[in-house]
Design a binder for this molecule. Sequence first.
Ligand code: PRT
Ligand code: ZN
Length: 225
Amino acid sequence: MIESNRLRIAIQKSGRLSKDSQKLLKSCGVKFNVNEQRLIAHADNMPIDLLRVRDDDIPGLVMDGVVDLGIIGENVLEEEQLERQLVNKPAECTKLRELDFGACRLSLAVPNEFSYNDAQSLEGLRIATSYPNILRRFMQEKGINYRDCMLKGSVEVAPRAGLADGICDLVSTGATLEANGLYETEVIYRSMACIIQSTQTQTPSKQALIDKILSRVNGVIRARE
Ligand code: PRT
Ligand code: ZN
């Protein structure tokens, strides 16, 4: 991507974080209109471009210095960092702050009929997840061997479909687990949305704009508490 004097901020295009991310930036005084068909939205009143992408792409865009800032779930950030460390890709970025939306937890869950004592109950079993690296770290810390079942979606139906014995998936209310005859046994990671910055050199004017945005984010969140 060509270098730009405008600050680039990556946000989720459509999904659970997109409305709150846009609302936060608007509350910080960034004026923009989103055209659903367009990848980029230019701010009218500040040198800022918003990149609207899949949430999974946001940490990498920040770590590679393609964009300056990103708004992303800590769960996705953590998973991407662990993945990149494995394959020796740049995995650094600065977490500027946690935000006040996107709360969820990454949890282990098993079918209602499964008798679970502790994580050791999963020894040798197959676990479906979209978060293989966070799961591996947890299981290694506990010294438990398990088998992978990598699914990008429909994780909660894997046990019923006979693909896995248990799952490791995001939970907020727990309604999805319940609807699929599963119960939560262990929280392995707690997550909120957060704002991250690239570690690659910023121009002083971009850094000044980042500082201004961050101070406004702090004010907006304080006022909402
Ligand atoms: O298309 P794109 O790749 O951008 O989006 P996505 O489908 O990968 O992500 P999306 O929009 O579903 O979620 C974006 C982020 O929102 C996640 O990475 C989390 O940081 C955060 N978040 C907060 C959640 C949830 N709560 C959540 N409940 N993400 C997903 N869920 C799902 C969960 O996977 C499960 O299927 O909701 C279901 C469980 O919800 P409950 O309320 O029934 O427990
Ligand atoms: Zn995604």
